[in-house]
Ligand binder design. Structure first.
Ligand SMILES: Cc1cc2nc3c(=O)[nH]c(=O)nc-3n(C[C@H](O)[C@H](O)[C@H](O)COP(=O)(O)OP(=O)(O)OC[C@H]3O[C@@H](n4cnc5c(N)ncnc54)[C@H](O)[C@@H]3O)c2cc1C
Length: 377
């Protein structure tokens, strides 16, 4: 195993860190996606990384993408923007890249890459979360058209999205063949986007309900083939669980740098607080978590570029990185004391944002179920 980065990867890391620190800055408005940040990221090439060059992307390998996203997370403090970008790439671009027809790719990918289109994936419903195979939104054939009825909820980017990857049941029989995926434009008749939700964290990543009331679609809206929805969803989840927390590894590095600086300079009892073992060991634990998270991320990103990436490893990465991020965010807050508890410090925001990581893209319980199933349990 060779853990060293190539010269090109180091250059990309440095350039992306500088871009995120200098361009994306730290100014953002609670409750709003930064459209300017979105466009800047597109111009820099972030949204194009998983897309092949013939549709405007760079077709980067997953390890290179992970390194760039980690650097983006180090420099950019807007966790909501980073989360929205991740949702767009793994749950809309990847299904299109992997399963879209040539016509669908030509229609959507250039805009998803250049920042003019925003994508979402809609699976979760008011009564169906973890048990995705039981969704109740239906798509029925009517002559050469499809008619969708049902409601989706907790859909990231929906309030500002242009393209929706939507999963619906096309069969009444249970099993993985009952789900089919559709590509739907925002202005499709019968599609209604709800009001943005107020959330505990990730407040700059808009989220809402999406309702389909007899939403009529042409046959060109079918993504992949009828009954292939669960395979498409699993492919998207494999990429998402592997890479959605790459930005967080960068955030954890920044948190550690800032916590160390604070521990060296904050004086109490006539000494820097970092000289107290209770404080220094907390920071040492942050370092252990960060390095383990980075190794897991790089390992999984390397494997994602091979023919048979493992769903179990994707779950290992997702559960470890999400829980490490929450623990480290709490540790930074404790290190900063009362100042960390103040909104202006931006420290408590990371804690609120980190809680979401244990829920989205399959909860920690579900990741552990997947790992346990691979152990034969
Ligand atoms: C910030 C954020 C963004 C999201 N974005 C999207 C999006 O873009 N698109 C989308 O479709 N959805 C999205 N979701 C929804 C997300 O996918 C669901 O929240 C998740 O799948 C869990 O479903 P649920 O919330 O309904 O919880 P439930 O499935 O009702 O689970 C409730 C609790 O029971 C536990 N549980 C359930 N089943 C089991 C089991 N078999 N074994 C052990 N424990 C179990 C869960 O772990 C959890 O603790 C988002 C959620 C969040 C928080």
């Amino acid at each position: 195993l060779d853990f060293s980065l190539s010269d090109d990867q180091r250059d990309l890391q440095r350039a992306t860190r500088d871009f995120a620190t200098n361009e994306l800055g730290s100014e953002f408005v609670d409750g709003e996606l930064s459209h300017e940040g979105w466009k800047q990221c597109a111009a820099y090439g972030i949204q194009g990384m998983p897309v092949t060059t013939d549709f405007g992307g760079s077709g980067s390998d997953p390890l290179t993408i992970a390194i760039a996203l980690e650097a983006l997370g180090y420099g950019c403090r807007d966790n909501g923007l980073l989360f929205s970008l991740n949702a767009h790439m793994w749950s809309c671009e990847i299904p299109l890249v992997r399963f879209g027809s040539d016509g669908q790719k030509r229609r959507y990918l250039p805009g998803l890459v250049d920042g003019s289109l925003i994508g979402v994936q809609a699976m979760t419903e008011p009564d169906v979360g973890s048990d995705a195979l039981s969704i109740t939104t239906t798509a029925r054939r009517r002559a050469d058209r499809w008619v969708l009825s049902g409601a989706k909820t907790f859909i990231t980017n929906a309030p500002v999205a242009d393209v929706f990857v939507v999963f619906a049941a096309t069969s009444d029989s249970p099993g993985i063949g009952r789900l089919t995926a559709f590509l739907i434009d925002r202005d499709a008749p019968g599609l209604t986007v709800g009001q943005p939700f107020h959330k505990m964290g990730l407040t700059t990543s808009p989220m809402s309900e999406v309702v389909f009331s007899g939403c009529e679609l042409g046959s060109d809206a079918l993504l992949g083939s009828e009954g292939a929805g669960f395979t498409i969803f699993n492919t998207s989840m494999l990429w998402e669980r592997s890479l959605i927390l790459a930005t967080v590894v960068g955030t954890m590095q920044r948190q550690l740098d800032e916590a160390v600086a604070q521990a060296r300079t904050r004086m109490q009892f006539g000494a820097a607080i970092g000289t107290f073992q209770a404080v220094s060991h907390r920071l040492a634990d942050m370092k252990v978590r960060l390095e383990a998270a980075r190794l897991l991320l790089y390992r999984q990103a390397s494997e994602l570029g091979t023919a048979r990436p493992s769903a179990m490893w994707a779950s290992i990465v997702k559960v470890f990185l999400s829980e490490a991020f929450l623990r480290s965010s709490e540790d930074v807050l404790q290190t900063f004391g009362a100042y960390g508890y103040m909104a202006e410090a931006g420290v408590e925001r990371d804690v609120r944002d980190a809680y979401a990581a244990r829920i989205y893209s399959g909860t920690s319980d579900i990741q552990r179920n997947i790992i346990a199933a691979h152990l034969g349990l």
